[in-house]
Design a protein around this ligand. Structure first.
Ligand SMILES: *Cc1c(COP(=O)(O)O)cnc(C)c1O
Length: 422
């Protein structure tokens, strides 16, 4: 059976393996729910961006909100990547993982002054600024520290990424970025402030994008601005085209990173911008199909609608509940028995707590299932709802297995809480 996504996660000798290691063996050792990642899938994904950009000045900044485990960051740092961060907490993770703050771009619509100070002191490569008001605040924070903050303005190119509305970010009427029409005056504003140094321009139009055209449209809009801003005497050093490239969850056919970049480079060359340094901020496409969430079947409730109740839930993987996202669900050891449609649901007390609906499976209590494409926006969006400890994470590298996060224990979950003195 062919699985969508990554060649590193497949069936060998009748059971699911991640690289060289059977998933059932990992579940025996580490328990479930368990996030399992393929290190070589991550390396290969990073290389697909980097190889396409070889020979050009570039930096691939992994958007770490997709999966911020320290060992994942370490893997990308070793591959030469920088990081796209959205909080001071993420910056602390980059440093803890041995990443270079000089390769960090700091995105996000609402950075606090404390986060700005922290990032300036760490020496991040640039701030992706999302509003005119943020320019003033950042400048004053930088002046107080006696430095100049390197800035790139996140412009909203007003293109339709043709993706889910919750993950589309490049249309006007969206909270992200500076409107195209205001961008030139925002650049003038930035160039006039004492605490700022303009270094680039960026955009990020959405997530799980499966077509090329929105990227090419966005690039054209960004290049129009680059030309206008430089005509106004403000040099732009780098162009950051954000992230957003989709992955195959079921039957999507997103372009490969190399194809996307090839098309973008061609357009840049045609328009005379081939010399510019290029940045990308991929998240999902670097890690999404590098991971699975392994869960055990607790009980079966067959009926008019049949429920397969598993030990992973919306707190472990919220994408189905939040975006009605489809994620592949496969048995770790397929049974050669007739299948029937099951709604695969978790134990959380919410009707929205489902992982997959109407899935044709042959299962029995005690079997393990793997939710595919769970390397991105899975563990990082996990919560402790229903006082459920978050699962362990393991990284497979060939036949080596590394426990990269221990399973949480219940007492940790309320360790910071206090009873009221009577
Ligand atoms: C989330 C985000 C990304 C990464 O998006 P993916 O769809 O995971 O590639 C990149 N840049 C910014 C500013 C983001 O908010």
């Amino acid at each position: 059976m062919n699985l969508p996504g990554s060649p590193w996660i497949a069936y060998t000798d009748g059971e699911l393996v991640v690289e060289d290691v059977p998933v059932n063996r990992l579940a025996d050792e580490y328990g479930t729910p368990l996030y399992v990642y393929s290190r070589n899938a991550m390396r290969t994904a990073a290389a697909s961006y980097q190889d396409a950009l070889a020979g050009r000045p570039h930096l691939v900044c992994y958007a770490m909100k997709a999966n911020s485990n320290l060992a994942v960051l370490q893997t990308f740092a070793e591959a030469g990547c920088g990081f796209d961060i959205v909080s001071g907490g993420e910056l602390a993770r980059v440093i803890a993982a041995g990443g270079d703050p000089g390769k960090v771009v700091f995105s996000g619509v609402g950075k606090t002054r404390a986060e700005m100070r922290q990032a300036l002191q760490a020496g991040v490569r640039c701030f992706n600024v999302e509003s005119e008001a943020e320019l003033d605040v950042l400048s004053s924070v930088a002046v107080a520290l006696g430095v100049r903050a390197p800035v790139s303005l996140r412009v909203n190119p007003d293109v339709d990424a043709k993706t889910h509305p919750y993950i589309s970010t490049g249309l006007k009427g969206n909270k992200f970025g500076i409107a195209h029409q205001q961008a030139l005056s925002a650049y003038r504003h930035a160039a006039a402030l004492p605490g700022l140094r303009v270094v680039g321009i960026d955009c990020h139009i959405g997530s799980q994008i499966t077509e090329l055209s929105p990227y090419l449209d966005a690039l054209d809009r960004v290049l129009d601005l680059v030309e206008a801003v430089e005509l106004a005497g403000i040099p732009i050093r780098h162009i950051d085209l954000g992230g957003g490239l989709g992955i195959t969850y079921t039957d999507e056919e997103p372009p490969e990173a190399g194809v996307l970049i090839g098309q973008l480079l061609k357009r840049l060359d045609e328009r005379g911008h081939g010399h510019r340094e290029l940045l990308f901020e991929p998240g999902r496409s670097l890690v999404g199909n590098a991971g699975v969430l392994v869960t055990e079947v607790l009980v079966l409730k067959p009926g008019a609608k049949s429920f397969c109740i598993v030990d992973a839930a919306m707190n472990d993987l919220v994408r189905p509940a939040m975006y009605e996202a489809y994620m592949g669900i496969v048995p770790c050891k397929p049974r050669h028995e007739p299948t029937r449609p099951w709604d695969v649901v978790g134990p959380v007390c919410e009707s929205g707590d489902w992982l997959g609906r109407e899935r044709e499976l042959a299962v029995k209590a005690g079997d393990r299932l793997a939710v595919l494409s769970s390397g991105a926006y899975a563990m990082t969006m996990a919560s402790n709802y229903n006082t459920r400890p978050r699962g362990a994470e393991v990284m497979v590298d060939g036949s080596s297995v590394h426990l990269i996060r221990e399973r949480e224990q219940v007492p940790q979950l309320f360790a910071g809480e206090k009873l009221i003195r009577r």
